[in-house]
Design a protein around this ligand. Structure first.
Ligand code: ADQ
Length: 474
């Protein structure tokens, strides 16, 4: 059996008990623990010189981590990845900036990481690369002579061609992506955007079976929506119900209803609009004063990128303003907490709340939405209010789906969720648990890897056949 090599910008913290807030880390780690394999990527440390990976084995996962120099970190991570690609891929061109030197740094780091990984590779390894930091990674490995199957999964949205073209090196990036054997997206809309770019730009063609022929390469392009393990989450949510923070939350509610939101502190998550829609609920329906609170848990991320400093500042202002306007001596409308929690504890907190409020302006999938549903007590479940712009909206038919740019609609959905009769809540919950079980995290991983194994064999055969046909024709 071939080894699975997972490559991502950041390898999740390896010490037990350190919470990893971030969907990629959580999804990949759970998926890799089952199959075993190697996880290669950045350790999170900055170093003076790039060096060979540090190897650490835990259970059946081998972690191979490398440091980044300060210049690499600034140009590749803080610069092109998070100040250009992340905002543009989330349709925030207004927050995106392009710097040619940062882009050179991005390419340089991809080359360095490819060299460092190559030293660890065996001929029958299968390589699975993750996310926007590494769009050119397969190209760099191929340039070094690596022939192994290489797949790529994008955790964030892929923008429509008109938006993608605002990133100056768009064509080079897409061409690099065609060096993978499989390119996977969260939703069919993302997959279609990629195919549209290829076809409308006349860079290649696609066929009904999802194969794309572009830039002299054959690759499979598909949608592989990431899942969770709903039954394990349900169990953790139940088992952690009596832990101290969960008890404190319950006792503090004193008969009040609770709306719960959990996100990394990121402008794509729609936190400002979410607070303002909650404010609108309090304005429109004073009957809820003193009877409902919003708990927003949002640990800061990428705090050295200026757009992230700004969103943090704005949110603190909004929470303070809304609380100042409505709070009573014994009631705080918004509890805003900038910290990470142990994952099991978080699931138990979800179970205490009557509404899961998940309203990103754009999101590849959004695992919190799925985790919220899985954490609920089926006998008395909470209601999910979900943005139509989260990939998860395609898969959670029992949610109250809202447009996060429409504050009035969000306020109405909150009120409807808070007042929903038990039978309707139960029916909606059951409607969502079934697809969550059917498309769990193992299904995501297995479908992707099955396609990668098939296509790698088939595409080299197809490429050979095409070359032979060309040779015979000439
Ligand atoms: P993220 O943008 O990080 O992921 P999301 O999918 O919601 O978004 O995943 C966040 C994860 O971190 C969840 O598992 C959540 O429980 C956890 N988390 C959040 N806040 C936490 C806290 N305070 N303490 C502990 N854990 C916390 C990216 C993409 C998403 C995509 C995922 C997976 O942006 O669109 O769904 O990857 O592909």
């Amino acid at each position: 059996m071939s080894r699975l090599i997972v490559v991502s910008n950041r390898v999740a913290p390896t010490q037990e008990g350190r919470p990893a807030a971030g969907g990629l880390a959580i999804g990949v780690l759970d998926a890799l623990k089952e199959t075993g394999g190697v996880w290669f990527g950045w350790s999170g440390e900055t170093v003076s010189e790039p060096s060979a990976p540090v190897i650490e084995k835990q259970g059946n996962v081998t972690y191979a981590t490398v440091g980044l120099t300060k210049r690499d970190y600034d140009q590749y991570y803080r610069g092109f990845s998070n100040a250009t690609l992340w905002p543009t891929f989330h349709y925030r061109n207004d927050l995106s900036r392009y710097d040619r030197q940062e882009y050179s740094g991005y390419l340089r780091v991809n080359v360095t990481l490819a060299r460092q990984l190559k030293a660890l590779l065996k001929p029958d390894d299968i390589i699975w690369v993750h996310d926007y930091h590494l769009l050119p990674f397969a190209r760099c490995l191929r340039d070094l002579g690596v022939k192994n199957p290489i797949g790529f999964f994008l955790h964030i949205p892929f923008p429509v061609p008109e938006v993608l073209r605002t990133v100056p090196p768009h064509e080079e990036l897409v061409k690099c992506m065609c060096s993978y054997d499989v390119v996977g997206f969260q939703t069919d809309a993302d997959r279609q955007s990629f195919v549209d770019y290829i076809e409308r730009g006349q860079h290649g063609t696609s066929s009904e079976d999802g194969m794309v022929h572009a830039y002299d390469r054959f690759l499979k392009v598909g949608a592989y929506p990431i899942g969770i393990y709903p039954d394990a989450i349900a169990k953790a949510a139940e088992q952690f119900t009596d832990r101290k923070p969960v008890r404190s939350l319950r006792e503090g509610m004193r008969g009040r209803k609770l709306i719960m939101s959990v996100d990394r502190l990121d402008y794509s998550k729609g936190l400002v609009e979410r607070f303002q829609a909650f404010e609108r609920l309090l304005l429109n329906a004073p009957g809820w004063h003193g009877r409902v609170s919003l708990v927003q848990i949002a640990p800061p991320t990428r705090s050295d990128v200026s757009t992230y400093q700004r969103i943090r500042h704005t949110l603190e202002g909004e929470a303070g303003r809304i609380n100042g306007r409505f709070a009573q001596l014994d009631w705080t409308p918004i509890q805003y907490l900038n910290r990470k929690y142990d994952r099991n504890l978080l699931m138990a907190l979800f179970r205490q709340s009557q509404v899961g409020y998940v309203t990103p302006l754009r999101d590849g999938m959004n695992l919190v939405a799925k985790e919220y549903v899985a954490s609920q007590d089926p006998a008395d479940p909470g209601v999910l209010v979900l943005s139509q712009f989260a990939g998860a909206a395609e898969q959670l038919p029992g949610a109250l789906v809202v447009n996060p740019f429409d504050l009035s609609q969000m306020a109405e959905a909150l009120e409807r969720a808070l007042s929903m009769p038990l039978a309707e809540r139960q029916a909606r919950h059951a409607d969502m648990m079934a697809p969550l079980r059917e498309n769990n995290l193992s299904v995501w991983r297995d479908n992707f890897l099955a396609d990668l194994r098939n296509v790698a064999t088939a595409s080299s055969a197809t490429a050979k056949a095409v070359k032979l046909a060309h040779a015979q024709a000439n």
